[in-house]
Design a protein around this ligand. Structure first.
Ligand code: SDX
Length: 435
């Protein structure tokens, strides 16, 4: 017998079907609830609300499981690289040799931005926040690549592969250009023949008179860091993509709006906040124990940044993997980072502390990612930009799910009004009493 849910309001019974996901998640389908009962449900922060059915990623927060299209994140981190995982997330299958080559070639062919976009950089202050630059530059792609940004989802889907290559490739180039501009350095053009991450490092750190070289572990660590960010169900920025895409907007403004959502300190800004937290602990001479007490009491608004998660009530599997890569990378490049020692102390202390244990607060993806980026030489101001590069495949894949759903509806949540009641008498300004 099909599962059902019954809601009884003022003695009247309403029955709704249960939707079950392929991994056993269950939802009550209440799409007719307001029409049937005049009531809406209320779930601030959407912690208990499914906004869509998706085939891209699956998280089991209780068990600390993350899979993309059925593949475990641990397998992908061990055996794959960022571009291959991007292809999997976007197109649903791991690429064959020829599919991978075609995808990589399209990305290589789109590595340069439109020359007129350089003028946009000229108009931006050198110390502008990189995430502000990134969101505006991504949105401006719709000015230079109009044929892929018609806001006619059918047309835009027919040109999807090109829009994917443009977005995947140019987000990396724009990021590198932002870094160069903010440091008063000349832009470095992408170099044919370099793979995605290596070309990014080249555009970031090479100079006209010498080419940046690095240990293989640097590219490997950055590859893993990016692929671990590839997608993560309906997090704040990905849900933003779906919200914007649901109006029929094309890929460029949809991912640009996601950058804006990701910028917040509770979301993508946390990787910066973790390093700032570790630096402040180091500067204060605290070994982390005082900070933990402050974070527990919320004193001075302190939180243990990089800890806790809306969905994971266990270790974020990405944090485990990144923790291992911290050690590998720092050893390979001969760095002994005091902040890593403090991070390890905080982790060990928090995992034994009732406050964190009772609230099921564990390290999340942001806890170690900053240590890796710092070791590579990526400045704090670029940390969330790196998160955006990594999350681009997930944003693209979610845009495609919305655009492809010809039965889809524009996202338009309801609310409960708590403002002044009507009717209030309008007074001309002269008649309004001063406060
Ligand atoms: C990302 O959604 C995603 O998938 C996001 C992400 C992705 O890949 O897209 O995984 C990336 O954003 C990771 C999260 C990065 N943010 C941080 O590390 C910031 C620090 N973490 C917290 O602010 C918090 O844990 C959130 C925002 C991540 C989750 O917040 P929730 O689910 O709304 O939890 P909450 O604020 O309701 O906290 C529940 C309790 C509260 O205590 P009580 O009111 O029960 O006494 O836990 C406490 C909170 O005070 N708490 C913390 C804490 N996180 C939660 N206390 C101290 N330090 C923390 N980090």
């Amino acid at each position: 017998m099909a599962k059902e849910a019954k809601i009884i309001i003022e003695g009247k019974e309403y029955t709704y079907p249960v939707i079950e996901g392929t991994e056993g998640e269950k939802a009550i389908d209440i799409r007719t609830f307001r029409k049937d009962s005049g009531y809406i449900t209320y779930d601030e922060g959407y912690g208990n609300t499914g906004s869509c059915q998706s085939e891209i990623s699956f998280i089991n927060g209780e068990e600390g499981i993350l899979r993309h299209r059925g593949y475990a994140i641990e397998d992908l981190a061990e055996n794959s690289d960022f571009i291959e995982v991007a292809y999997l997330v976007i197109y649903g299958e791991l690429p064959t040799v020829s599919e991978r080559e075609t995808f990589s070639q399209k990305i290589r062919n789109n590595a340069m931005i439109h020359m007129s976009m350089n003028h946009l950089f000229e108009g931006v202050p050198n110390d502008a926040p990189p995430m502000a630059i990134l969101s505006s530059m991504l949105n401006s792609l719709g000015c230079y690549y109009k044929e892929y940004a018609t806001n006619n989802p059918q047309h835009d889907l027919e040109h999807f592969d090109d829009a994917v290559a443009i977005t995947m490739s140019k987000v990396r180039t724009i990021a590198a250009m932002t870094y160069r501009m903010s440091n008063g350095l000349p832009f470095i053009y992408p170099k044919m023949g370099l793979r995605y991450v290596e070309n990014f490092l080249h555009m970031m750190f090479s100079n006209p008179y010498n080419e940046y070289s690095h240990e293989p572990e640097v590219a490997k660590a950055l590859n893993v860091l990016l692929l671990l960010h590839a997608d993560h169900e309906q997090n704040c920025s990905t849900s933003t993509v779906r919200m914007v895409a649901s109006s029929g907007a094309n890929l460029f403004p949809s991912v640009a709006s996601a950058v804006c959502a990701l910028w917040g300190p509770l979301h993508g800004g946390a990787n910066m906040a973790v390093i700032q937290m570790l630096e402040s602990i180091a500067a204060s001479g605290d070994d982390g124990s005082q900070f933990i007490e402050d974070a527990k009491s919320g004193r001075h608004g302190k939180r243990l940044m990089g800890f806790g998660h809306r969905v994971y009530r266990n270790y974020d599997p990405r944090a485990k993997i990144l923790g291992k890569y911290c050690d590998k990378l720092l050893e390979a490049i001969g760095i002994d980072d005091q902040l890593l020692t403090i991070a390890r102390n905080l982790e060990q202390a928090a995992l034994k502390d009732d406050y964190f244990v009772e609230r099921k607060l564990y390290p999340n993806v942001d806890f170690y990612s900053g240590i890796i980026m710092r070791a590579i030489g990526i400045p704090l101001s670029m940390f969330t930009v790196m998160f955006a590069i990594g999350r681009m495949p997930g944003w693209i894949a979610n845009w495609r799910e919305v655009a492809s759903n010809d039965k889809g509806r524009i996202y338009r949540p309801r609310q409960i009004y708590q403002g002044p009641t009507a009717p209030r008498k309008f007074l001309q300004m002269a008649d309004r009493p001063e406060k």
